[in-house]
Design a protein around this ligand. Structure first.
Ligand code: SF4
Length: 182
């Protein structure tokens, strides 16, 4: 929710549920509002419907694996820098603050985190191209706006998801568009 005009309130890199009353002074007026974006319709009071994010994930934010015993952790060596970048992207909690903060109601920071954390790992490779194409198509269908690189999303993200992920998402989308037959 918006608290005093800021998504998740006055603290940096912090979610509403981790915000303490000591962030405010005695006698302060606290104004609390719901996210405002066409793709997040208000249900009631502060509750918005974020199922558009769920449908984007259903469109491609997964990997297909055979079930069975857990694979040995060392069976697939992964470059440390890539593993770190993937873990950093996987920190996204799908809160929607990036959409609410964006003047275009763009979901590109969320999308970029969800595409990046799989694109950086070998496990994400088989569905790499269809994933980004299908997720972007669903994002457009849900009515999110376009990204104009103003960076309000990054500034407001409680998990400090970096804009670098949006650059990676654009690269992934361009590559997939060139090689995919969709
Ligand atoms: S990118 Fe950040 S602000 Fe956007 S949904 Fe993920 S955690 Fe929330």
């Amino acid at each position: 929710m918006y608290i005093n005009g800021k998504p998740h309130g006055p603290w940096q890199a912090n979610t509403t549920c981790q915000l303490h009353m000591r962030a405010f002074k005695d006698g302060d007026t606290i104004v609390v509002e719901p996210w405002r974006a066409n793709a997040f319709p208000v249900i009631k009071d502060l509750t918005v419907d974020r199922s558009s994010f769920d449908r984007i994930i259903q469109a491609g934010g997964y990997i297909s694996v055979n079930t069975g015993n857990a694979v040995d952790g060392n069976s697939l060596p992964i470059n440390k820098e890539k593993a770190d970048a993937s873990f950093a992207a996987a920190m996204c909690i799908g809160c929607g603050a990036c959409v609410a903060a964006c003047k275009n109601s763009s979901a590109m920071l969320f999308m970029s985190a969800k595409v990046s954390h799989l694109a950086l790992l070998p496990q994400g490779e088989p569905e790499r191209h269809s994933r980004v194409i299908n997720m972007i198509a669903q994002m457009d269908k849900e009515g999110f706006g376009s990204c104009t690189n103003t960076g309000a999303c990054e500034a407001t993200c409680p998990k400090e998801i970096s804009l670098v992920n949006i650059a990676r998402l654009n690269k992934e989308y361009l590559t997939a568009s060139l090689v995919s037959d969709k």
